[in-house]
Design a protein around this ligand. Structure first.
Ligand code: NDP
Ligand SMILES: N[C@@H](CC=O)C(=O)O
Ligand code: NA
Length: 366
């Protein structure tokens, strides 16, 4: 097959989002004969599948073959070399939450390998890494898309980019940015009824695939802080890192030093009374408590934490894992542009990754 008619896809990470992505890729490939989309590399942290001659790994059996594989993953610099030597254009799909993989983006991009990813780490790490990523992409012409790094498949990043690129002035972004936190508060402190037990809801959120691989990364507020860092940077604020502004953690002090996520989940029920007190304090004022974030562009103030809301407020009425993100801009005036819907879950996150993949394909296979 001529290299122009083929795009090779390398996938790192085949967990909740990765498996849903593979299923969507199968549908996509069956509906879109050209260019032919072929997987040339797929790995988890322990196993890998690849052929030295880049011949395709069948999408429909990739998960099972990967589980049975005896090959180990290449080191990251070797993945870069392997993909850079491929006979066709390559798109790397990073479905991990790995900082190491994120740190390697400039190397991939500078060798012409495009990237699509739901991983927040590259875009919310140091500002230097952010600059290196976009400089490498600009130099080589490789593309980098990360819609699902904020609001899963919801059009949050594309909306913000469109506002900025068309000359609107974003003044404030605020809302609920975590599917896990939304699910937790909507079920633990619902508008109607008494709600579930905090620790049991945390376990449920993990089982539903909403949490980060380690749910403490959601409960400590860092996941939301990462998303706000990404949005603030896109809105023009050079935020240094997700720890450079106030972030409220919901990890009980006594559990801050436990070593594993499993031990944390096991001991969390001991501290349910702390969250019950927070819920009661809001209830006593006729309000509900929710976990929110905001970026005030003019004052450069970014913050993440608990706030109380009137029961009639749209944030109080969210359902399931819904996010709600309001963009206040000069053009939209006092009625913000609002994006709302499921903000976590394998399928809705993979949708953002797959649609990013389509955008990259349309740009690199002209
Ligand atoms: N779940 C969701 O709702 C959303 C998730 N995201 C983001 O999507 C990404 C994936 O999330 P999710 O699928 O839920 O996570 P999972 O834990 O289910 O899957 C992660 C996958 O990445 C693999 N992995 C981790 N580190 C490495 C590494 N260094 N090299 C190769 N493979 C690695 C894991 O392999 P192994 O099992 O061997 O460790 C696993 O296959 C994360 O960045 C998350 O923040 C974004 C929006 C929503
Ligand atoms: N853990 C995250 C997943 C999506 O980014 C969340 O709950 O929002
Ligand atoms: Na999104």
């Amino acid at each position: 097959m001529s290299s122009a008619n083929q795009v090779l896809i390398a996938i790192i990470g085949a967990g909740g989002v990765g498996k849903c992505f593979l299923s969507q890729l199968q549908t996509l490939a069956s509906r879109r004969p050209t260019p032919k989309l072929s997987i040339c590399y797929i790995s988890t942290s322990k196993k890998a599948l690849f052929n030295n001659d880049y011949s395709p790994i069948p999408t429909e059996t990739a998960v099972d073959e990967l589980a049975a594989s005896t090959k180990v993953p290449f080191a990251l610099p070797n993945i870069v070399d392997y993909l850079a030597a491929a006979p066709s254009k390559v798109i790397l799909v990073d479905n991990t939450s790995s900082q190491d993989v994120a740190d390697a983006y400039p190397s991939f991009l500078s060798r012409g390998i495009s990237i699509v990813t739901p991983n927040k780490k590259a875009f919310s790490g140091s500002y230097k890494l952010w600059q290196e990523i976009f400089a490498a992409a600009a130099d080589s012409g490789a593309k980098v898309y990360h819609e699902s790094s904020v609001g899963a498949g919801l059009p949050v990043i594309s909306t913000l980019k469109d506002l900025v690129d068309t000359g609107d002035e974003v003044t404030k972004i605020e809302g609920v940015f975590s599917g896990t936190m939304s699910f937790l508060f909507n079920s633990f402190a619902p508008l109607e009824g008494s709600g579930g037990q905090w620790s049991a809801e945390v376990k449920k959120a993990k089982e539903l695939g909403y949490t980060e691989p380690d749910p403490r990364d959601d409960l400590n507020g860092l996941d939301v802080a990462r998303k706000l860092t990404i949005l603030a940077r896109l809105a023009g604020l050079p935020v240094e890192s997700p720890t450079s502004f106030p972030v409220q953690s919901l990890i009980p002090k006594e559990l801050e030093s436990v070593s594993s996520g499993d031990e944390f989940l096991q001991r969390l029920p001991e501290f349910d009374s702390q969250m019950e007190e927070t819920k009661a304090a809001a209830g006593n004022q006729g309000k509900v408590v929710r976990f929110v974030g905001s970026i005030d562009v003019a004052t450069k103030a970014v913050k993440v934490g608990l706030e109380m809301f009137d029961r009639s407020h749209p944030i109080a009425a969210l359902k399931g894992s819904d996010n709600i993100i309001s963009f206040y801009t000069k053009r939209y005036g006092s009625n913000p542009l609002i994006v709302q819907g499921a903000g976590a879950g394998g399928d809705v996150t993979a949708m953002g990754v797959t649609s990013d993949l389509l955008k990259v394909i349309s740009q690199i296979s002209k």
